[in-house]
Design a protein around this ligand. Structure first.
Ligand SMILES: Cc1cc2nc3c(=O)[nH]c(=O)nc-3n(C[C@H](O)[C@H](O)[C@H](O)COP(=O)(O)OP(=O)(O)OC[C@H]3O[C@@H](n4cnc5c(N)ncnc54)[C@H](O)[C@@H]3O)c2cc1C
Length: 362
């Protein structure tokens, strides 16, 4: 069996590594950052490791282009896999719960969303448009549906533990270029194929970061709630469960490298969320703030890079990065894509080798 190295231990690297391992491959994960507990993680030192700072919930995005259709299919695949993992491993950090969407200025794609279309065409469960009386002030359209969210620290640590107990190897290293890895000596043998799940890729001019400031509060919440404001800003909460509190968010700021949370932004986020969903406040009408969070979504013009590349004439890299704000939502769909690209590659190499062997015999 070929030896596959996955570069990256964020949600994309971990999901891909587990998926490849489950199809019988020998897999090693190489990464600079690995999951660690939320109490001890160094927010500033690991700001470029996005996965700990994600919400992370699965949201309804009605597709209105071919690329969005493709992402939607990945999100459905992830939904089903999350359900299976949650059933088998209640400790994995996944919770299924109600998702609520509020839109101040809904696009035609949302307005056209009937229960019938949501269920049959979009494959959504429990979809129900909300009546006018159920909407907060200023909201034009709303719905609820069944969804999931994860506590990222618990979930990513779970994926890594599963990978290790199933025989996967891990190596903490920082690389300048993924091609370095082809020259390394591994116990498991030379590297046949490398999966680049580094979040931002290496020198890809299309990649940029989208800063997100959120605030972790101790207040529990029974639903994930998202409000798209008419000015383009977002107001949301993601319950993390597993003693992880609730994330109140959040900003989306392309190319903003500021690592420091702004106290003014925190106040605005909390005030807007309390106005949208006052049920989250405690008996005294307050939030219990635990900490501010700043993360960098690995965004890419043109969307996710999920493709195979041949480098240095005969080395193969499968790229899986640039997930922006949807890394968790699409993770198992991306892992499927990686596995498919790998199997196509191995089939074509096998036939090439067979052809060579055949020629030699002749
Ligand atoms: C505020 C915020 C809210 C979000 N909310 C959601 C949400 O609700 N739902 C959702 O689906 N997504 C959400 N996201 C996005 C999600 O967190 C990301 O899409 C996802 O974490 C990206 O994962 P990744 O594995 O691609 O990258 P990362 O998590 O960044 O992992 C990259 C890995 O590559 C390694 N690496 C990189 N460079 C090198 C190198 N040179 N040498 C060695 N190793 C290297 C790193 O160490 C790390 O292990 C949110 C993000 C933010 C910031």
């Amino acid at each position: 069996m070929p030896h596959i190295v996955v570069l990256g231990a964020g949600v994309i690297g971990l999901s891909s590594a587990l998926h490849l391992q489950s199809t019988g491959h020998t897999v090693t994960i190489v990464a600079r950052d690995f999951p660690s507990g939320s109490e001890t993680i160094d927010a500033q030192a690991q700001i470029n490791y996005t996965s700990p700072w994600g919400g992370a919930h699965n949201r309804l995005v009605p597709p209105s282009s071919a690329a969005e259709e493709c992402e939607h299919a990945m999100s459905l695949r992830t939904f089903d896999h999350m359900r299976a993992v949650q059933t088998r491993h209640p400790e994995a950090g996944i919770t299924f719960m109600k998702g609520i969407e509020y839109l101040e200025a809904p696009s035609p794609a949302y307005l056209a969303l009937s229960e019938e279309r949501a269920r049959t065409e979009l494959g959504m469960r429990g979809f129900r448009p909300l009546g006018k009386a159920e909407l907060p002030d200023g909201v034009e359209w709303g719905c609820e549906y069944e969804t999931w969210c994860v506590n990222p620290m618990v979930y990513c640590a779970f994926l890594l533990r599963r990978f290790a107990i199933l025989g996967g190897r891990v190596l903490r290293r920082e690389v300048r270029d993924p091609r370095e890895i082809f020259a390394w000596a591994f116990e498991a043998g030379p590297v046949d194929v490398l999966v680049n799940a580094s979040g931002v890729g290496f020198g890809d001019e299309n990649v940029f970061i989208t800063r997100g400031q959120t605030c972790l509060v101790a207040n529990p919440c029974p639903a994930t709630v998202t409000r798209q404001n008419a000015d383009g800003s977002w107001t949301f909460c993601v319950p993390r469960n597993f003693d992880g509190g609730t994330i109140i968010g959040g900003t989306k700021e392309p190319n903003n490298w500021d690592p420091n949370p702004s106290p003014e932004v925190r106040e605005t986020l909390l005030r807007k969320f309390a106005a949208t969903y006052p049920q989250i406040l405690d008996r005294e009408g307050k939030f219990t703030v635990m900490k501010d969070i700043v993360g960098r979504r690995p965004t890419r013009k043109g969307g996710i890079r999920l493709e195979k590349e041949t480098v240095d004439e005969n080395k193969t890299i499968i790229h899986a990065y640039g997930l922006g704000g949807r890394g968790y939502e699409l993770s198992w769909g991306v892992a499927d894509g990686v596995a498919q690209l790998l199997s196509e590659h191995l089939e074509s190499s096998t036939s090439w080798y067979n052809a060579q062997a055949g020629e030699a015999k002749l």
